[in-house]
Ligand binder design. Sequence first.
Ligand code: ADP
Ligand code: ZN
Length: 214
Amino acid sequence: MAHNLVIFGPPGAGKGTQSAAIKEKLAVFHLSTGDMLREAIKNETETGKLAKQYTESGKLVPDEVVIKIVEEAVSPLPADKGVLFDGFPRTLDQAKALDAMMDKLGRGINGCISVAVPDEAIVSRLTGRRMCPACNLIYHITGKPPKTEGKCDVCGGDLIIRKDDNEEVIRQRLDAYHAQTAPVIGYYKDKGLLKEVDGTRPPAEVSQEIIGMF
Ligand code: ADP
Ligand code: ZN
């Protein structure tokens, strides 16, 4: 059966890094609402214009906006290949909407991987994060430096610092996580779908543990 999975965790837990590994090993589609929203903002679409004010201040984009972009992204995908949802659902209403849309598509969520990282570790992870806007690859100035400073290993393009990776906005994102997103863990736990991993270990170890679960 196709793996339809949710990867869950606080900002900076390593969801993006782990998603790349899961996508490769389990041959699933990877849908990241953060990547989709950044793309919409870059292209100045209606959704992008609306989302910009929220993402830049570390607040969640309204549910109906995010639910719509996810539904548009997942609907055309062939059901025999799985999907990994990254950064979605982030509220209980999004979790319920995801179940409803998957149901309609004849799919179901088979697992939720929760990557746990304590708040103290998050600020330093995110302030040192660098990103390739072309490949959506993630680096860290000390943890995973690129071979050439400031350049992507894969495409050679300039790495950027995400606008929301500054300390004040990071605190706001953590607050949003605790208030709105953490309750989603209980939703999947109650359904018996929750699998927790310790996200403070080296990324390759975390990936190995996740892949071994499926
Ligand atoms: P991180 O998990 O590191 O905070 P993401 O790239 O997943 O980063 O998301 C960046 C921002 O995009 C969030 O702070 C939020 O404003 C917005 N966003 C992403 N996914 C959602 C979602 N499911 N619901 C609401 N807002 C979202
Ligand atoms: Zn690149």
